[in-house]
Design a protein around this ligand. Sequence first.
Ligand code: FAD
Length: 506
Amino acid sequence: MLGFRRTPVNHPDPAAPRRLATPRSVVVVGGGIAGVAAALVLAERGAAVTLLESNAELGGRVSAWTDSLADGQRFEMERGFHAFFRQYYNLRALMRRIDPSLARLTPVTDYPLLGPDGAVESFAGLPKLPIVNLISLIRRSSSMSLRDALRVDNTLGQAMMAYDPVATYAKYDQQSAHEFLNRLGFPPRARQMLFDVFSHSFFNPEAEFSAAELMMMFHFYFIGNPEGIVFDVLDGPFSTRLWQPMQRHLEQLGVQIELGVAATRITRDREHMQVHTNAATLAADAVVLAPHLPGLQRIVADSPGLGDSRWRAAIAGQSVTNAFAVWRLWLDRPCAPARAAFVGTTGLGLLDNISLFHLFEDESRAWAARTGGSVVELHAYALPPGLDDEAIKADLLATLHHLYPETRAARIVEQRFLIRQDCPAFRPGEAALRPRVSTPEPGLLLAGDCVHTDFPTALMERAAATGMLAANVLLRRWGAAEEPLWSVVPRGLLARVVHRKSARSA
Ligand SMILES: Cc1cc2nc3c(=O)[nH]c(=O)nc-3n(C[C@H](O)[C@H](O)[C@H](O)COP(=O)(O)OP(=O)(O)OC[C@H]3O[C@@H](n4cnc5c(N)ncnc54)[C@H](O)[C@@H]3O)c2cc1C
């Protein structure tokens, strides 16, 4: 079934040389997945790469750093649980550089979703074949019958199966996911269990999340995804499993990694781009800017000569979405044996998911084995503004106690609580203004999960893909072989039919 296989995004010229014929230098700003992907691909082709990261470690939102528990035991604290989906082809290609068989990824076989009044949906064991997976989910769903499904607005239901990277945005980007789902007419319970979780999983409140973006996500994670919706997790901390080996690998390739160094602004003369930091000015043939959105906005605002006014205004006009909270708890007793390693939640206060780290992560497993306790992480995304930390914690703990009653009597032995606000918003009407990899400045490329791609992708995978795309723009220009990129099938099964029909009726 060709249409359901992974699809090449580009077709690198097999005759193009693997190494650059002329020495080239690139400064990459930002050591998250996007910056690392760009740095790695460019260094593999022989470019002289300097990678600047303002934090003390690589990884950005997937980073980890050493911390110690009250008893002196050291552990790696992270920015929060991450799911590595199987259709993250480009991220996986990046990770294969340090772990060729991806042995450090371990499957999470079920991914239940818990709702109010004991409602449960499971994504385990669904057929992989797109559309058939949706029909199976509806057939076995406790929140919706096939008859309910047939009552759903037919035209809008078809639009969900007809994702098209141009037509979907032209038609639905002005609406919010909330409006779209209301009009779709799903029964309230089915809507809550099958859809409400979507925008939150991308950190955005549903009322402020573009309906087109929702459809892209639905296509990328579900309806167009030939790998199934189950995912893998790293079996140890991000630092030891990912970033330390990656840093060594990059250094072996000759990448100059500068940690704790922030780029402040960028200028250029006739020959070179110049990246200014607090300590020095670095000159290079090209710059890949891969910070998070707030970092990108600061650098562009402080570099008045960069790009053109339209581009600068578009960057300034982007915004981060609401804050999120990550709360890791070390409890003095175990969770019930049947608990899943990860559950999503919906309609249950602020809580979006619960992960039991002692079930999949080696450090937490060892702690639980030693103490008889458990390591539980609670996430809350798209937080309403104005809540203080204690109110957030009280809400999260109440839901944990409700869902996992065995934790009610548990003593919190240790805890770490993070609130951050650095994930991009995908507001209605903003798709056309979203930053692109190429910029009006020929020596300047952008990468990151806030950067647009023409093929469906999101989050960590978008970060990896845009980093590789940025590298490819330079490699093409300099006559070296591009990195191959992959995608799920770029359009929905019904895209041709639905969009031809709507073009005729327009
Ligand atoms: C709680 C949480 C859970 C998540 N779960 C998932 C998940 O399950 N699956 C998934 O796919 N994605 C998930 N994500 C999203 C994922 O983490 C991001 O999409 C991805 O890490 C973004 O990578 P990036 O390289 O674009 O940006 P970042 O990781 O933000 O990297 C940007 C880097 O640039 C650095 N920087 C900024 N300014 C400067 C400067 N001026 N100079 C130098 N360096 C600078 C920053 O310090 C940072 O390290 C989650 C995110 C969060 C917060």
